[in-house]
Design a protein around this ligand. Structure first.
Ligand code: PEP
Ligand code: CO
Length: 401
């Protein structure tokens, strides 16, 4: 890979994981060129302001709360659902701000979180082998072959639902009863054709920005050093997240940082560790040391959800509240021990009273999961679990020594 010759399409020469296979590439190209003409969803000023806030978090003067659905759904693109999702983040951040006595930066997994990486190409449902659901931007969750076939017109809905969500979020943050609450949007930058169509040159700085979200992250399935995703991400000026799973070696992390942020730009990189509670102690210290040795100004965040997923025999997935908390506790402990700082957290959550994660204040059991399991993908903390998590996390972060 050559550092010098990046362009918004230089990724097209490299292997891209997790991309939908469309049957009619000409139709896809037509749709993407339509999207390329659409207005920006977020402004460059907002993106740069998030970068400055993230730098504050890297220095311990602010804390990042990133959260939302595992997968957004088009059918949830309604005023009430968006309002509730915004409010739960606001409530959690109020708990954290009061306890930590520092500003909390809200980054929603919303207004664009419509594409999902999947471990399996296919799944078997009622004896039928079907392509996996890849998020509403790609196909429909309905268990038929037709619904599961990637449909490029869904990219248009992805843009319009993102735009509608953002409009309502802006209204909420500006006209609520409390003073204006700044919020930022984020999603996994997975569908490179779509992300590329939302990439624009800023004539003032000469830099390219993705104007579809404030922050985009690279998922753990697409962080290959010579892959198309890393190539695309290295050329956009947005703050970016990188999911770090336990198979990421120190050497790989070092190269990722060199590729994605050669100039050590403050606020540019958030490392989101999702190691699984059982791996934190053995894996995290050496990763932190590599970053310290490089003197790289990353923001360390912890996603205590994705390394702690259990698959049940009925095909559902769950996560245990106490194990999620355990990963947070161990992560905070390791950072303290090696003189580093946890600057943020990343949750999958909803304000609805779903039964997807076990444990928590309502002591949800495995037998309860069928009652209200609505996530099309990963299990989320429900309202009470989320608020309780915010309180417990505040306590963990406040304990000194
Ligand atoms: C996600 O955040 O929904 C996700 C798929 O995460 P990861 O890439 O860390 O598995
Ligand atoms: Co998920």
């Amino acid at each position: 890979m050559n550092q010098r010759d990046w362009s918004p399409v230089s990724w097209t020469d490299l292997p891209a994981q997790q991309q939908p296979r469309y049957s009619d590439p000409a139709h896809v190209a037509e749709i993407l060129s339509e999207i390329r003409s659409y207005p920006s969803l977020v402004s460059i000023e907002e993106i740069e302001s998030l970068k400055r806030s993230l730098d504050e978090a890297a220095r311990g003067r602010a804390f990042v709360l990133q959260g939302g659905n595992c997968a957004e759904r088009f059918i949830d693109c309604h005023q009430d659902t968006i309002t509730r999702q915004f409010q739960i983040l606001t409530q959690m951040s109020a708990i954290l701000t009061t306890g930590l006595e520092k500003p909390v930066i809200h980054i929603g997994r919303f207004a664009g979180q419509y594409a999902k990486p999947r471990s399996q190409e296919h799944e078997t449902l009622n004896g039928h082998r079907l392509p996996s659901y890849r998020g509403d931007a790609v196909n429909s969750i309905e268990p038929t072959l037709q619904a599961r076939t990637p449909d490029p017109t869904r990219l248009l809905s992805c843009y319009s639902c993102s735009a509608r969500t953002l409009d309502h979020l802006r209204a909420l943050s500006n006209h609520g009863s409390s003073p204006s609450v700044p919020f930022f949007t984020s999603h996994e930058g997975l569908l490179l054709g779509y992300e590329n169509a939302l990439t624009r040159l800023d004539p003032a700085s000469g830099r390219y920005y993705n104007i579809g979200a404030h922050l985009l992250w690279i998922g753990m399935r697409t962080r290959q050093l010579n892959g198309a995703h890393v190539e695309y991400f290295r050329g956009i000026a947005n703050p970016i997240g990188i999911k770090i799973d336990p198979t990421c070696s120190g050497e790989e992390l070092k190269i990722l940082l060199e590729l994605l942020d050669p100039h050590h730009e403050p606020g540019r990189i958030t490392l989101i560790t999702r190691l699984g509670a059982r791996n934190v102690e053995s894996v995290l210290p050496s990763l932190i040391r590599i970053v310290q040795k490089m003197k790289h100004p990353v923001i360390w965040s912890c996603d205590p959800m994705h390394g702690n997923t259990q698959s049940l025999s009925d095909g559902r997935k769950t996560r245990d509240f106490s194990v999620i908390l355990d990963e947070l506790q161990q992560t905070i402990h390791v950072h303290r021990h090696v003189d580093s700082l946890l600057g943020g957290v990343h949750f999958e959550l909803t304000a609805d009273d779903v039964t997807e994660c076990v444990g928590g204040p309502q002591a949800v059991t495995r037998d309860d999961l069928h009652r209200r399991y609505e996530s099309p993908c990963d299990p989320r903390l429900n309202l009470r679990q989320s608020l309780e998590m915010a309180h417990l996390l505040t306590d963990l972060l406040r304990v000194t020594g």
